[in-house]
Design a protein around this ligand. Sequence first.
Ligand code: ZN
Length: 405
Amino acid sequence: MTNEQIMKIFEDTAYIRTGGSEAELKCAKYLQSLCTAYDPDAALEAFEVDMADIHTATLEYNGESVPCKGYFNAGSREVEAPFYYLTNGDKLSLSYCKGKIVMFDGYLGYWRYQDLIENGAVGFISYDGNANYADCDIDQRELRSYVSKGNKIPGVNINAKSAIDMVNRGADKVKITLRQDEYKGTSHNVVMNLKGEVDETIVFTAHYDSTSLSQGAYDNMSGCIGLLGLAEYFSTHPHKYSMRFIFCGSEERGLLGAKAYTEAHEEELSKFVLNINLDMIGCIMGRFIACCTTENELVTYLNYMSFERGFQVDPYQDVYSSDSTPFADKGVPAVSFARIAPNNTATIHNRYDSMTVMKAEHMAADMDFIIAFTDRMANAVRCPVKREIPDNVKEKIDKYLARKR
Ligand SMILES: [Zn+2]
């Protein structure tokens, strides 16, 4: 893949494409059209996702209204209650949530929501963005169905500047009004195959959806381009193992594409010897990592390969927050490659994730290493990675998927 071809794909996909949206489908069809160069049968696979249209979302306190976005799928209700800023997660702090509208730092994770519900919160406020940035952007968030389990309280997301203001000015009583239509929609995975000498398969994943403010060049059109580069290479180079490429939809909404794929293709999973996942490669700044959701031997192997090729890699054993996890959860060993930029050089899930943080030469260099690694696995007499997830990694997966706290 030439540098021009790499940058052309970034240009062609420089738009927001959230899971289940028309724009996401447009991007799926675009990727499918590129895939047909290597597999004429490249196809879209649909799966169901929760959707919502917000009609009203307001947040008021001390007689003023705060710019906000309502949480998708957090029901339709109006609540007025005392304000409480939950700074710590301990039992004492949580006990003050009762009957309050609670603001908290960071994401609305599974356990955070269970804590709010169990401690009697009646509404919630999250915030994002950065108080030091010029923009006042607010990301569109959702209350995921596996988090709410049908038990919904209304919530809004606000900008960090507004959050500071509310605490600084001592917000007392606050009111949230949320009205929305909730319904089922469709998201898609794009799937292509390169047949090898044997049925056993290496499965590649990269998500192509973005979050609500982001063009998702770094996170993760970069990984999609990586997959296309692999397909291009192995369409003209031998590979003993068969190859399946999955461009996953709705990853940003909770790995929904990879989860849907592993559920719909349960009977094929035993054929998958390894998952290679690309999520955020080729940016200008940052270090290259390989997160191995496998036995620790692969970490050593990648370390040796790094020296051998003179290409710097930091491999480690862990769970990567990406489409590799549903595969590893089903017993398919997975490795995720990424170039992690320092936060002050490139960030994700905001308007600053655009092709300006990307570099074609770094894309090519990262892809070079990934292709070299893949070539060894794909032409091995037997793929050396043990098809078994060690217990310490299983425990990390359980925690990541909120089965364990
Ligand atoms: Zn990503």
